[in-house]
Design a protein around this ligand. Structure first.
Ligand SMILES: Nc1ncnc2c1ncn2[C@@H]1O[C@H](COP(=O)(O)OP(=O)(O)OP(=O)(O)O)[C@@H](O)[C@H]1O
Length: 303
């Protein structure tokens, strides 16, 4: 394949009536990555995934999936596994039988059923009725269904939705396993923290546009959060003035000042404070969470 990106979109737009769900989205998903597609409720994640799967048509813009244009979805869809809407599961049939029915319909070898059950760690409960499964097990059955065609690209919409912490950890392990098998995984979440530990590429979506598209490591290392506990109002005002002049916002939390800013701003702040005679400023540098980074990006403070 020519392209190193499993997915590329260029200025993708989708309106629903007067509402713009996807608003000129340009992004990429590198081959072999676990890409986190993150943004708050209503940001346009599901609509983007549905566009990529040929379920809705864009009003403008273009995209390629596995090297083929969106308009040729019949060329790439056989190589894509997706869990976007709740899958049709027969609750009265076992997990295994559900998969066997699907395998027969899709023309996949029956041996795939055992393999995908292993991958999603559902083998032990495969003979139980799907209707009795916990939410986490239902999600894993859905992923197993998406994996039946042994896809190169796996698209999962909110796979961790409603899972407890243990379920989320299990899901992460499964995603890493699939990446190890050479698959590209694109998964969406509105809970930014969920993807912090597993995604190696991030696309952050806000109001239908990408506010960040790049490596997770770069995003996490370029920005820091400074925490300062001022000794008096003079220090408080000085820090606020210097920070605002540099174009960064200051928020107050339990008396401490918090500043989301590029790495290195702590040194500039300290130097400028010293120039005005304040030499005893204590600045703590913290690694912000994805949630804080998202908020900083949305406020227009690009790294
Ligand atoms: N079929 C539709 N008809 C009308 N409006 C729609 C339709 N699908 C989505 N929208 C609107 O488009 C916007 C984006 O929705 P979308 O479901 O893509 O967001 P999302 O990021 O997936 O959100 P969530 O995390 O809540 O699933 C929302 O304002 C939504 O109401």
């Amino acid at each position: 394949m020519m392209s190193m990106n499993a997915i590329e979109t260029h200025g993708l737009i989708k309106h629903f009536g007067k509402r713009t769900a996807v608003d000129g989205l340009t992004m990429s998903v590198p081959e072999g990555s676990i890409t986190g597609f993150i943004g708050p409720n209503g940001a346009g994640k599901t609509t983007t995934l549905r566009l990529l799967l040929g379920l809705v048509r864009p009003d403008a813009g273009s995209a390629t999936v596995l090297g083929h244009s969106l308009t040729e979805f019949e060329r790439y869809l056989p190589r894509v596994g997706a869990l976007v809407e709740a899958p049709a599961v027969y609750p009265g049939l076992s997990g295994r039988t559900n998969l066997e029915v699907l395998a027969r319909l899709g023309g996949h070898p029956r041996s795939r059923v055992g393999e995908v059950l292993e991958t999603v760690e559902l083998s032990d409960r495969a003979r139980d009725r799907a209707g009795t499964y916990s939410l986490g097990m239902k999600q894993r059955l859905g992923v197993a269904m998406a994996l039946l065609p042994d896809p190169e690209l796996l698209i999962l919409d909110e796979p961790a939705n409603g899972l407890d912490p243990l379920g989320i950890i299990g899901m992460r392990g499964m995603l890493r396993l699939l990446r190890g098998q050479g698959k590209t995984i694109l998964l969406s979440s509105h809970l930014l923290g969920e993807l912090e530990h597993v995604a190696d590429w991030l696309v952050m979506l806000h109001e239908g546009k990408s506010v960040y598209c790049g490596t997770a490591r770069e995003l996490l290392s370029q920005r820091v959060e400074l925490v300062i506990e001022p000794e008096d109002d003079l220090q408080r005002e000085l820090v606020t003035r210097i920070t605002n002049a540099a174009g960064h916002a200051v928020t107050t939390e339990e008396g401490a000042l918090r500043i989301a800013c590029p790495a290195g701003f702590d040194k500039a702040l300290d130097r400028q404070a010293r120039e005005t005679g304040v030499t005893n400023l204590t600045i703590r540098v913290e690694q912000p969470s994805l949630e804080q980074l998202f908020l900083a990006l949305v406020k227009g403070q690009r790294p």
